[in-house]
Design a protein around this ligand. Structure first.
Ligand code: SAM
Length: 260
């Protein structure tokens, strides 16, 4: 057996914590999974309980294809044993594994709140180890969120490297988009300093949100849509459509926010 690559870290997780990224995966990666010869998805680092892997499988089975197979991989063998009662083969299984993906060749890997506990300098190698093992055309969705999943940020990464950054917030509890800075993916969180593009983005988004205060009486969705529209008008290459913005999301190409 190949030695799992990585280290055991805190296992904090919560029901529905990953709902935002799961919905984004269904919408954004759904066609890719529908076209996959083998609809295999890995949830890497599911944590102390397998609840978010169970939810990922349910969301993909309902929203993408009923024959999806989700394998939850954990580097901590105790968590693999603890997850077994939640298994529902062949659609949902749990095994020990790390960045090497335990020999699997999935079409998609979701790795959430995993790299957050590694050093920034380890991120690129982890991405490479994972993406080298994906099925052809496969993708990694790697990011971070808060305990309840109200603030999050994730990257879509493929064999060529990172492609997009998505920021997502629960708008009804959002005070200011600057709060998203705390939940940036590991590759960006230490780059939120003057002179870096991600810093410019967070500032521009925050300024646009403040400038859109007049929309607050119509609800935070209208205010967010106006703020994102302002960013787009000012030249930020926003990739997604107002339908996603209304959910409190924003997606940009990696070169627009990549570290200098
Ligand atoms: C904070 S929990 C995240 C749980 C869940 N993904 C979530 O977002 O709620 C991180 C988990 O990742 C696991 N982990 C860390 N490095 C790993 C690796 N290289 N391969 C697999 N699991 C890993 C840890 O053991 C821990 O259980």
């Amino acid at each position: 057996m190949v030695k799992p690559q990585g280290v055991v870290t805190r296992g904090t997780t919560n029901p529905n914590r990953l709902r935002r990224v799961d919905n984004w995966i269904v919408e954004t990666c759904g066609d890719r999974l529908r076209a996959a010869a083998d609809p295999l998805v890995v949830d890497l680092g599911y944590g102390a309980t397998p609840v978010t892997a169970v939810e990922l499988r349910a969301r993909l089975a309902a929203g993408v294809r009923a024959d999806v197979r989700v394998v939850g991989l954990e580097i901590d063998p105790v968590r693999v044993t603890a997850a077994q009662p939640a298994a529902d083969p062949p659609g949902l299984t749990f095994a020990r594994g790390g960045f090497e993906l335990a020999g699997l060749r999935p079409a998609l890997v979701r790795a959430f709140n995993v790299l957050r506990q590694y050093d920034q300098g380890e991120v690129a190698a982890a991405w490479r180890t994972i993406t080298d093992r994906l099925a052809p055309g496969g993708v990694l969705v790697e990011g971070t969120c808060d305990e309840l999943g109200r603030l999050g940020g994730w990257l879509l990464v493929d064999a060529a490297g990172p492609r997009t950054l998505t920021l997502a917030a629960r708008l009804t509890t959002l005070e200011s988009p600057a709060q998203l800075a705390e939940r940036l993916p590991k590759a960006l969180i230490h780059r939120n300093v003057p002179g870096e593009r991600i810093h410019d983005l967070i500032r521009a988004l925050d300024d646009a949100w403040q400038a859109a205060a007049g929309y607050a009486p119509f609800g935070p969705r209208q205010r967010w849509v106006e703020a994102v529209s302002t960013l787009k008008r000012s030249g930020w290459p926003i990739l997604d459509r107002p339908r996603r913005w209304r959910r409190g999301e924003l997606t940009l190409p990696w070169p627009a926010i990549s570290p200098r």
